[in-house]
Design a binder for this molecule. Structure first.
Ligand SMILES: C[S@@+](CC[C@H](N)C(=O)[O-])C[C@H]1O[C@@H](n2cnc3c(N)ncnc32)[C@H](O)[C@@H]1O
Length: 249
């Protein structure tokens, strides 16, 4: 699935050296920048990572006037969650109703289905045991740099989203969803969660998929087919990433 540099397999092989060079320089700059440790990270940020930020910025603007919370299904290291927290601080600093929920097993894929096409296996995207504690600290620190930092406005929900999404609905009877981001890549949890949260989406909410129309992860698209009538929704693509697509109810 990945090269040694951690890039997805569709990274051109002739760019591997450049990624390696940037990775080394990133460490070198961090060691010499002292109190400016964070500023140069913009210089070593790669084009694909910048595209992910621009993508989330675009989606956030699409969602901005809609009431409700943001739910991301598939968090991994939390780069999107942290970006969303900061976008919220920039774009609607006093909207403390915009809670951000992140769902993940934090142990990779809970299982795969034959509809997932065979490129992925159970446990892919596994990260270090207990990573969610580090991520909680990271997000708390990010949020504490924002207005209204005395209010905690994010939650991490650990476990198989097929199960935890249903529990979340019970625990949060007030919650409606302004933007649901599906980035679990695989069929079953995507379908289960789509079905579960559908009644909490309002007309105007946006539903985002990170791997729609993607031959490597066919399950995500099939889950959408099975829950929504494709002839009644207008699926648009993000201008920044090839497979990120969304529709507005
Ligand atoms: C591609 S990564 C998410 C990347 C993340 N959205 C980002 O932008 O950095 C996919 C994540 O989905 C999670 N995942 C897969 N199946 C899951 C399930 N059944 N329940 C919860 N999380 C799941 C994996 O653990 C993995 O962390």
């Amino acid at each position: 699935m990945r090269t040694q540099d951690g890039q997805l397999f569709f990274t051109p092989p002739n760019q591997a050296d450049a990624y390696k060079e940037l990775r080394g320089i990133h460490g070198e700059i961090h060691d010499i920048a002292g109190e400016y440790w964070n500023w140069p990270s913009v210089a070593t940020l790669t084009r694909p990572s910048l595209a992910r930020i621009l993508n989330l910025n675009f989606l956030y603007d699409e969602m901005l006037p809609v009431a409700g919370s943001i739910c991301e299904f598939g968090v991994h290291y939390g780069s999107s969650l942290a970006t969303l927290l900061n976008l919220r601080a920039i774009k609607e600093p006093y909207n403390y109703s915009r809670h951000i929920f992140g769902f993940d097993t934090f142990s990779g894929f809970a299982g795969v289905d034959e509809k997932d096409g065979g490129l992925v296996k159970s446990g892919d995207f596994h990260i270090d045991e207990g990573y969610e504690k580090l991520l909680e600290r990271l997000l708390l620190a990010q949020e504490s740099l924002s207005p209204n930092n005395h209010l905690k406005k994010f939650s991490l929900i650990k476990g198989d989203a097929s199960v935890t999404s249903k529990q979340w609905l019970e625990d949060n009877p007030h919650s409606i969803i302004s933007m649901a981001i599906f980035d679990m890549d695989v069929y079953k949890p995507t379908k289960d969660v789509l079905e579960a949260i559908k009644p909490r989406l309002s007309k105007g909410s946006i539903v985002v998929f990170d791997e729609l129309n993607c031959p490597h992860f066919p399950g995500e698209t099939q889950a959408l087919f099975e829950v929504f009538d494709m002839n009644t929704i207008e699926v648009k693509r993000s201008p920044f990433l090839p497979y990120t697509s969304y529709f507005r109810l």
